[in-house]
Design a protein around this ligand. Structure first.
Ligand SMILES: [Zn+2]
Length: 401
């Protein structure tokens, strides 16, 4: 069994050890190295593994094996495996480990705060690359989250000591542990002085002050539980920096104070809505004037007047607005084509005209290809043809009537 140096001294960054075995890694290239002792933390209990170096080899994964050994996965170094019995100098990537310790210890304090203030249990913990989350056993209010955050930070600022000790199963049963331990036998107990007592195999800072700060980033309530995202120490500082940059940019663009950003955006949204309404009114008026011109130039088709016209640059929406304006007076039928692939086509008729625009559009799609349909008074489609082909087809089918 590998001696776990991090159990006794979580602040240990460099150590030497003897190679017990070195075998090809089970997945991909590289080797799994087992040492007689290690300060490398293997993935477990929601905390990710440490990285670092064994001699010249880079450690890219650390696995807690079922046989009690810790396997260091290293990338291949040179041609040969490390020799059994060799002594190696090892170093862990300290910024990464210290970050994990800040988040993990912060989690103990934050979970204990929810437990002590509101009797809410922490069901699970996940430490991600950017943020960490805890799942709480019930839905918590924003007020409760803020109160727990305040209580947790008070404990951070009191710089309480954190003790680690090993106890027997019987001794553990007599201890007021925050959560029933998952494992049997000897237990490692982590105590935040006078605040929290938990069974845990992870790495923790020696005093709460080193957590720096505990900041709740988000709460998401679901199915009677809450997922709470938080950042501690260095992550909280970086998160604050990102928020500051985003707020600075928003205040500059909106010319408001930070606390007025919401109001500033609402004002912009209202102004945009007004502008949209005005633009729509103008477009309708414009369509009305253009429609009068089209009606004046309309050709005779049987007993009616027909407008068959290509409108380059128009989409289906603009065609519909124009067609509706033309047929707002009695006696007209209209086929308009716009720009695009397939080409947008709109057919329409005045209320007194017996032309069926929907049926004509079906006829056009059958003859020219594409999709389309609609009601007798207004139909639209996208046809696999040029504007000229569509208007030729309209001329032939409508004048044959
Ligand atoms: Zn822990």
């Amino acid at each position: 069994m590998t001696e776990r140096l991090y159990y006794r001294d979580a602040m240990l960054r460099e150590f030497d050890a003897v190679v017990v075995s070195c075998t090809p890694a089970s997945i991909g290239t590289g080797f799994e190295v087992v040492l007689d002792r290690t300060a490398f933390y293997p993935t477990s209990g929601g905390q990710p593994f440490d990285t670092g170096s064994l001699g010249a080899a880079r450690v890219i994964d650390v696995i807690d094996r079922e046989d009690g050994e810790i396997a260091h996965v290293v990338e291949q170094v040179g041609e040969r495996a490390m020799e059994t019995g060799a002594r190696v100098q090892a170093a862990i990537d300290w910024p990464r480990r210290f970050d994990h310790m800040q988040q993990h210890t912060g989690q103990h304090v934050l979970s204990a705060a929810f437990d002590r203030l509101f009797n809410v249990r922490t069901v699970s913990f996940h430490l991600g690359a950017e943020t960490a989350t805890i799942d709480l056993a019930r839905e918590v209010t924003p007020r409760e989250a803020a109160d727990a955050e305040a209580a947790a930070n008070a404990v951070v600022w009191e710089n309480r000591e954190i003790f680690v000790r090993f106890v027997s199963e019987a001794e553990a049963q007599a201890l007021p542990l925050r959560k029933d331990p998952a494992r049997k036998g000897e237990l490692r107990v982590v105590e935040v002085a006078g605040f929290d007592l938990s069974a845990c195999g992870g790495t923790h800072v020696p005093a709460t002050g080193m957590i720096g700060v505990i900041a709740v980033a988000a709460t998401e309530r679901f199915k009677g539980a809450t997922r709470l995202t938080f950042v501690c120490g260095g992550r909280a500082l970086r998160s604050h920096g990102r928020l500051r940059d985003a707020v600075t940019r928003a205040t500059r663009v909106l010319s408001v104070l930070p606390e007025e950003i919401g109001d500033g955006i609402e004002r912009l949204q209202a102004a945009l809505k007004d502008a949209d309404r005005a633009a729509k009114k103008t477009q309708e008026e414009l369509a009305g004037f253009r429609a009068a011109g089209f009606r004046a130039a309309a050709a005779t088709i049987g007993p009616w007047r027909g407008v068959l016209s290509a409108q380059p640059g128009s989409d289906a929406g603009a065609l519909k607005t124009l067609a509706a304006a033309i047929v707002s007076e009695p006696g007209y039928l209209v086929v308009l084509t716009g720009e695009g692939t397939p080409v947008p086509v709109v057919a329409a008729r005045s209320a007194d005209v017996t032309f069926d625009a929907g049926a004509w559009m079906k006829q056009a799609t059958a003859a020219l290809g594409g999709r389309g349909g609609g009601r007798p008074e207004l139909a639209q489609g996208g046809l696999d043809a040029t504007s000229e082909q569509v208007l030729d087809f309209a001329r032939r089918t409508l004048t044959d009537r």
